[in-house]
Design a protein around this ligand. Structure first.
Ligand SMILES: Nc1ncnc2c1ncn2[C@@H]1O[C@H](COP(=O)(O)OP(=O)(O)OP(=O)(O)O)[C@@H](O)[C@H]1O
Ligand SMILES: [Mg+2]
Length: 280
């Protein structure tokens, strides 16, 4: 890449901010499902080390598809990256399986909050550590660290995860991803179906994990207003293409973004939750 080491590229390949080489770089990928439906068209994005990047867009824009492409999950859905490359920490990962991602320090939290209902909260978290080889004491230390960020989960550590509220389940799946000690978490719609105060709480925890533990985040969100308050950079996707990107603070006032979130602000939270219900 012919680009100074202290910049990241926006979708047009321009440098947008003074940070080191990106941890994750998606370079002009095209994704096709079942050999016919093209869903992503030359989509590019960069995630700086220790950044929080928001991937924004309406229903069906291609956010989840992008997350699955990065985490090697497309194949199980008859999807394929037909053009472009994905680099993580300077190495190509677009031909790797999902099973190889954890070892590289990438965790994915899928949309729809899938905690293992039959297991206790603590056992859910321990499942997240199963790829680790650094011993029980180190895992116990991570568990303590995670409980310090999620005191609510600590209180409920012996409860069946199936009995948790929606917000607690979202915390549980984020916490489970953290148990692998990832450098980067891909988080698909953390705010989905949650009341505004819980959304604030969860984003507040994400921001602290980023600041204090150095975890890098790529967040897919329909809720642009909230995501851009916590993110460093944002990308707005429409019909599988990035139509606008840049620093979060600048993007928050962009007309395309205002149009995208005012659309569902009018509808209110109830409409938003309703539209997403089929997914959960
Ligand atoms: N397995 C699949 N096979 C075929 N088409 C798919 C598949 N998964 C998703 N799509 C299509 O790809 C497009 C992008 O979907 P995707 O789930 O990536 O959007 P999204 O931005 O995550 O939307 P949402 O906000 O509703 O979660 C949609 O048109 C969707 O119908
Ligand atoms: Mg989605």
């Amino acid at each position: 890449m012919e680009r100074p080491a202290d910049t990241v590229a926006d979708s047009a390949g321009r440098g947008v901010s003074a940070v080191a080489e990106p941890l994750l770089a998606v370079n002009a990928i095209e994704v096709v499902y079942s050999r016919q439906a093209m869903v992503l068209h030359s989509l590019s994005l960069s995630v700086p080390r220790h950044g929080i990047v928001a991937l924004l867009g309406a229903n069906g824009a291609g956010k989840t598809t992008t997350m699955k492409a990065i985490s090697g999950l497309l194949r199980s859905e008859r999807g394929e990256i037909t053009k472009g490359t994905i680099q993580y920490d300077g190495q190509r990962i677009d031909r790797l399986d999902a099973s190889r991602m954890a070892a590289r320090g990438i965790s994915l939290v899928m949309e729809g909050r899938h905690a293992f209902g039959g297991l206790s909260v603590e056992d859910n978290l321990r499942v997240g550590a199963f790829t680790r080889r650094d011993g029980a004491a180190a895992v116990a230390e991570t568990l303590d660290m995670i409980f310090s960020y999620f005191p609510r989960l600590k209180e409920r550590r012996r409860s069946h995860a199936g009995l948790l509220s929606g917000g607690e389940q979202q915390m549980c799946v984020i916490a489970r991803a953290l148990m692998a000690r990832p450098r980067m978490i891909l988080l698909d719609e953390p705010s989905m179906g949650l009341a505004p105060q819980l959304v604030e709480d969860i984003f507040g925890i994400i921001a602290r994990l980023n600041r204090e533990e150095g975890v890098t985040f790529l967040l897919a969100e329909q809720n642009a207003a909230v995501a851009l308050r916590f993110a460093t950079h944002g990308y707005l996707v429409e019909n599988g293409r990035v139509i606008r990107d840049g620093l979060a603070a600048e993007l928050a006032s962009a007309p395309e973004i205002k149009a995208s979130y005012l659309g569902f602000a009018d509808e209110g939270m109830a409409g938003f939750t309703e539209r997403k219900r089929w997914l959960t």
